[in-house]
Ligand binder design. Structure first.
Ligand SMILES: Nc1nc2c(c(=O)[nH]1)N(C=O)[C@@H](CNc1ccc(C(=O)N[C@@H](CCC(=O)O)C(=O)O)cc1)CN2
Ligand SMILES: Nc1nc2c(ncn2[C@@H]2O[C@H](COP(=O)(O)OP(=O)(O)OP(=O)(O)O)[C@@H](O)[C@H]2O)c(=O)[nH]1
Ligand SMILES: [Mg+2]
Length: 474
């Protein structure tokens, strides 16, 4: 059922100035045309010229009732988003109107589109490769301008080009090996390692270059989960508000003000900083507060970075130490098994505008190489330093110009890593004078791994998984 005609509302749920219904497939024109009328005329008008916006009214086919006045575009394949015949109906942007228009189109025989199905068709029809199709969703979901720029580069095919370059290099070696295996009677000499290595090494360099920025790239897309943790009343919610520059969370002098986690996104030099303000961690009998504290712990456990906040104007308390111990037990500040990176803690000593009585040295000796920043959410002191510290932690702000291609997806990163491993195996085999068809198997595997990025070698399962995360109408 690849060519049946699909339809969906392409604009967001809710009220807007205009809303768009999108129809794609070989019957798109013939299904929609009978629904349209010229105002003050009864006849069914001819289909307007392709790619031209035309004024019509649209009717309910069951009752002939006029549902809306619309602008319609009929777009003849193949020069359309999906490479199929496409009709776009622009109606007034009310959810009820749009649903009634959609229902009329479905009544004509169109099928409700699955999430991402328009873009899936663009992919299956060869207008976009898989990395470009994924970029469509990244673009829609981008939370910072840097993220948007990276997604746009990917949509324009920059990543795909570089991946294809690496594959072409591999193909240089594969072709030489396979020619000598497939046509021995043609006297094609068996290639020597010295002849094959430059191709493989070039591919390796290209993959390495792409992987070099990939952790960084993922951050630009996924953001950095940053939990603000500490005992009650140290100024966590004030810190959230200060970093967001809006009064998002409730702040009072009463300990235990925050009962539930509050999440907001700030822009840290292009990286979406997912800030999570939490309830102060403390032993408590209050069942509501207990639930809040549980959520604080969950936020801490699932974060990338912790801001451990202290009140500089009071002496350290037993509660401060307990929070510190819990964070350490979660693996913060400690080297974790088998991992080079540690989950970092940034120590924030707040209320710097007050007389400082806190024992900074004691904190430093506990959080040994954590960065330490003194802040005042009242005066703004130290906030920039805190942002600098976070940016340094992720080396943000070094995405240069428009040239650099950054891998932003874990899927691409994983496929490239697999490709690099197969290339290493191929080089090892070459060195050990293993028969060339074995080398060729590794090279093929590397070639296919990179093909998963552009979708050339993607399984149906993978496609399902990727496109099902798209939105309806995309
Ligand atoms: N109304 C409307 N706005 C939209 C879209 C859309 O489909 N409809 N888009 C998408 O959701 C985005 C624009 N992207 C698009 C990309 C390619 C084609 C397209 O028709 N490509 C053809 C023809 C190119 C040409 O005429 O030169 C092609 O590549 O063959 C259309 C939209 C954003 N705005
Ligand atoms: N002087 C001074 N007071 C601050 C500062 N930051 C916060 N406060 C005050 O400290 C009190 C507690 O602030 P909150 O931000 O509610 O503290 P919290 O850590 O979120 O507290 P809980 O939600 O109860 O865990 C409020 O009265 C704030 O006005 C600061 O930098 N300087
Ligand atoms: Mg609070």
């Amino acid at each position: 059922m690849q060519n049946d005609t699909i339809a969906a509302i392409a604009t967001p749920q809710g009220v807007g100035g205009v809303g768009i219904i999108r129809v794609s497939g070989s019957d798109a024109f013939s299904l929609v045309a009978p629904l349209l009328r010229r105002p003050s005329r009864e006849d069914i008008p001819p289909v307007p010229p392709t790619h031209q916006l035309t004024y019509r009214v649209i009717i309910d086919p069951a009752t002939q009732e006029i549902l809306d006045e619309v602008l319609v575009a009929f777009m003849r394949a193949p020069h359309t988003y999906t490479c199929e015949d496409v009709v776009e109906i622009q109606g007034h942007g009310g959810p009820l109107i749009l649903r009634r228009i959609l229902r009329s189109v479905l009544a004509q025989g169109a099928r409700m589109a699955n999430p991402g199905e328009f873009t899936l068709r663009a992919f299956l029809n060869g207008r976009l490769d898989l990395a470009q199709a994924e970029a469509v969703m990244d673009l829609i979901g981008s939370q910072t301008e840097v993220g948007q720029r990276l997604a746009m580069q990917q949509l324009r095919g920059k990543l795909s080009d570089q991946v294809e370059h690496a594959r072409t290099s591999m193909l240089g070696a594969i072709a030489r090996i396979e020619a000598s295996i497939d046509f021995p009677e043609d006297d094609i000499p068996t290639p020597q390692a010295e002849e094959l290595l430059p191709f493989i090494e070039e591919a390796q360099r290209q993959i390495a270059r792409l992987l070099a920025g990939s952790e960084q790239g993922r951050l630009y897309r996924q953001g950095l989960r940053t939990a603000i943790i500490g005992r009650p009343n140290v100024g966590k919610s004030s810190l959230l508000n200060a970093l967001l520059r809006i009064e998002r969370a409730i702040v009072t002098p009463i300990a235990g003000t925050t009962r539930d986690t509050v999440e907001e996104i700030a822009n840290l030099r292009g990286i979406p900083l997912h800030l999570i303000d939490t309830a102060g961690i403390t032993p408590t009998q209050d069942p509501v507060e207990q639930l809040g504290v549980q959520r604080s712990r969950l936020a801490a456990e699932t974060a990338d970075v912790i801001l451990h906040v202290f009140d500089g104007a009071t002496a350290l308390t037993e509660q401060d130490w307990q929070v510190a111990q819990e964070l350490r037990a979660m693996g913060y500040g400690e080297k974790r098994e088998g991992q080079a990176a540690r989950r970092p803690v940034v120590v924030v000593i707040n209320k710097a505008d007050c007389e400082q009585v806190i024992d900074v040295a004691a904190i430093q000796s506990f959080w040994q190489d954590a960065s330490l920043v003194q802040t005042s959410t009242l005066t703004g002191e130290g906030l920039e330093a805190l942002e600098n510290t976070l940016a340094e932690l992720v080396q943000a702000g070094n995405v240069s110009g428009n040239e650099s291609v950054l891998i932003t997806s874990a899927r691409h990163q994983e496929a490239l890593r697999r490709g690099a491993e197969h290339l290493n195996a191929a080089i090892l085999s070459l060195g050990q004078k293993v028969p060339l068809d074995f080398v060729s198997i590794d090279l093929r595997a590397a070639y296919d791994a990179l093909g998963e990025v552009t979708g050339e070698t993607a399984s149906e399962d993978l496609l399902d998984r990727i496109f099902s995360e798209f939105c309806i109408g995309k």
